[in-house]
Design a binder for this molecule. Structure first.
Ligand SMILES: [Zn+2]
Length: 337
């Protein structure tokens, strides 16, 4: 059940299931692959499967419910050690491996892995940012790699295996993780509650290069952009009498942001129309449409719906928008003009 969180990477999962099934689990692995494809999550799931007290050996699956599983999930399992580059640092300092100067050899990953497992058959260390190990840190880890304690399993993680110290790299079994499929990234975004906006998800996934981390960053950037666009449109709409050429100027700038992607252009055009619709609705309910007949206001709203429909029917974005700006101008022209 625990592996359900892992999307893709079936080959790697089978490899570990076979290795464990045949009693041939190695003691050191280097997980390599692009950022944001699930290497760390995979390492955690692997640790859980190894530390679960009621693991289903046949399916190599953790139960998710025993005290071992619960401790792994809460990050308190005494047989699971995790390190990464500390906040504000650029390297994995030697202290993380062999302890601080006054506790040298009595703390750190190397010491932890020399101890016998507290609960079961394994002690697992996950070393993130393995390419950020300096020479001293690397040297301190060498002995552990050569003479690991009983049941010790080291998982080093990197997006840049060439930057991992060669003597370390050569003592680990490399496991490569490739990019994720668009459908897998889509699932993660939904599953993790990043956004439920289909259009946004599709735009982010298209440009994510198979990485969830990239997709999440893109969603944030697109959301931010969309807010900036909405604010710019609302500002133009709310400023004095309606002027179609001003709206068109902001609209053109918004379309320009996604000119290479027809799907995104459609969404952007609909965004412009929806913002106009919101503004019209708000102005009408707050009686801020003094210079224009109520009928004309309602017509303008109808016109927004119609334009959105045309975009959905795949009419040309520029043609629909040109007509949209023009018709809005006619409907919203002050009566005295
Ligand atoms: Zn369990």
């Amino acid at each position: 059940m625990s592996w359900q969180r892992i999307l893709g990477h079936q080959r790697q999962k089978r490899m570990f299931a076979n290795a464990v099934g045949r009693g041939r689990l190695g003691h050191a692995y280097l997980f390599a692959g692009p950022e944001g494809v699930g290497k760390r999550l995979f390492a955690c799931e692997l640790a859980q499967a190894l530390l679960c007290e009621q693991a289903d050996a046949e399916r190599f699956d953790a139960c998710g419910d025993c005290s071992g599983c619960r401790q792994v999930l809460s990050g308190t399992h005494p047989d699971l050690i995790q390190i990464s580059v500390p906040e504000g640092k650029t390297e994995l300092p030697i202290e993380l491996f062999v302890g601080s100067a006054d506790k040298r050899g009595r703390e750190g990953v190397c010491h932890e892995l020399s101890l016998s497992p507290m609960h079961g058959g394994h002690r697992v260390a996950i070393i993130d940012d393995a390419d950020k190990m300096n020479v001293a840190s690397g040297n301190s880890l060498l002995k552990t790699l050569e003479e690991p304690g009983a049941g010790a399993v080291l998982i080093l993680i990197t997006k840049d295996p060439d930057q991992v110290i060669q003597t370390i790299r050569s003592r680990c079994q490399a496991v490569y993780f490739g990019s994720l499929e668009p459908s897998e990234i889509e699932k993660v975004l939904l599953q993790e509650g990043i956004t439920a906006d289909d259009a946004l998800i599709s735009r982010a996934v298209q440009r994510s290069e198979g990485s969830v981390a990239n997709a999440i960053r893109l969603v944030a950037r697109l959301q931010e952009q969309s807010q900036v666009n909405t604010d710019a449109l609302t500002k133009v709409l709310s400023h004095g009498p309606f002027r179609a050429e001003e709206l068109a100027r902001v609209g053109d700038a918004i379309l320009e942001q996604c000119k290479s992607d027809p799907g995104s252009q459609r969404e952007a055009a609909k965004g412009i129309m929806e913002t106009c619709l919101c503004w019209l609705h708000q102005a009408l309910t707050q009686s801020e449409a003094p210079l224009v007949q109520q009928d004309a206001w309602a017509d303008a709203m109808e016109q927004c719906f119609e334009a959105i429909l045309q975009i959905d029917r795949r009419a040309s974005v520029t043609t629909v928008l040109d007509a949209f700006y023009h018709d809005l101008e006619i409907n919203l022209r002050p009566a005295w003009k």
